[in-house]
Every structure is written in structure tokens, then in C-alpha cells.
Design a protein around this ligand. Structure first.
Ligand code: SME
Length: 157
């Protein structure tokens, strides 16, 4: 099966992120760069960013580097798509956020969403990466695979 246009763009973006971050170990610099490059590479991204596991409140996520409209500051592990991703440590693709029980609408224009866990090289969950679209059903398996590859390469390698 030929690679989709979207998958090939994810590979190009992955190479750009790796080149920009070469030699930079600071976690916030790495997260800010990932959210910036991805946000500007894809038309279907409306809100793009990280929610970090808060070491002082281990069952809660706190806002990290992001692009887009104002994000909620904190999300408990038992709330929202981000909380479900952090609890299950697996990627979630939500075609219609209004059908996801407990979805948190930081911005009422959000219609679909993908959230991917961010694991460090020790195997610890350090954050989740959340992308929202203002249109329904914008994310699929190509987004999931593309984002999982970038996040693994950037934070677990
Ligand atoms: N919709 C997310 C919350 C984060 S914002 O959309 C930026 C959720 O349900 O977890």
C-alpha cells in the first residue's frame, strides 16, 4: 500500500524536529519545539500541546508548552480524554468529542481530538500530547502512528 500524503508529511516533520533538537537536552525546549513544528505543519491542528504529569500531584496533569487558544491549566487523571490517556498509557483517537464521556472542553470549538502518552527512557509517563481539531473526525491511524513515532524518538530514545 503506498504511504499516505499525511504519513509522509509526518516523516518529514519528524526529521525536522530531530534536526532542530540535535544536542538540546532541556525537556521544556524539546516540548516547545515539538508543539510548534507540528502545529504549523498540519492544517487540521487547532490546539497542540503537552499536559505534564505533576510530580507534586502525581494523579494530575498540568499544562505544558502548547500552541493555540488558552488551555485548561489542570486535568485530573480521572477526567477527560487526556486523563484517560494518562491512566491507560495508550493513544486515544476521538472522532467526536461530544460522544466521549467526561470530555473537557477547554475551547468549545474543539470537535475531534487525539491524545498520545509521552514515556521517558526509564519507562515513566511524563506527559500526554494532545491535539484538537475544530472539525469532526480529523484524526486517524496515520496521525496516531506519526505522533507515536515522533514522541518516542524525541522523549524515549
Ligand atoms: N479536551 C481535553 C482537554 C484539553 S484541551 O482540549 C486543550 C480532554 O478532554 O482531556
Amino acid at each position: 500500500m503506498p504511504e499516505s500524503k499525511k504519513s509522509s508529511l509526518y516523516r518529514e516533520v519528524a526529521a525536522e524536529i530531530a534536526a532542530v533538537l540535535d544536542g538540546e537536552s532541556n525537556l521544556i525546549a524539546r516540548m516547545a519545539t515539538v508543539s510548534n513544528i507540528l502545529h504549523h505543519a498540519f492544517d487540521h491542528y487547532y490546539w497542540t500541546g503537552f499536559y505534564l504529569v505533576d510530580p507534586e500531584r502525581p494523579r494530575e496533569l498540568v499544562i505544558g508548552p502548547y500552541q493555540g487558544t488558552l488551555g485548561c491549566l489542570r486535568i485530573p487523571f480521572d477526567k477527560g480524554v487526556c486523563g484517560a490517556c494518562a491512566t491507560r498509557r495508550e493513544s486515544l483517537v476521538v472522532k467526536d468529542v461530544h460522544e466521549f464521556p467526561g470530555h473537557i472542553a477547554c475551547d468549545s470549538r474543539s470537535e475531534s481530538e487525539i491524545v498520545v502518552p509521552v514515556i521517558d527512557r526509564t519507562g515513566a509517563l511524563i506527559a500526554v500530547f494532545d491535539v484538537d481539531s475544530d472539525r469532526t473526525a480529523q484524526f486517524d491511524d496515520d496521525d496516531r502512528k506519526g505522533l507515536e513515532a515522533i514522541l518516542t524518538e524525541t522523549f524515549s530514545a
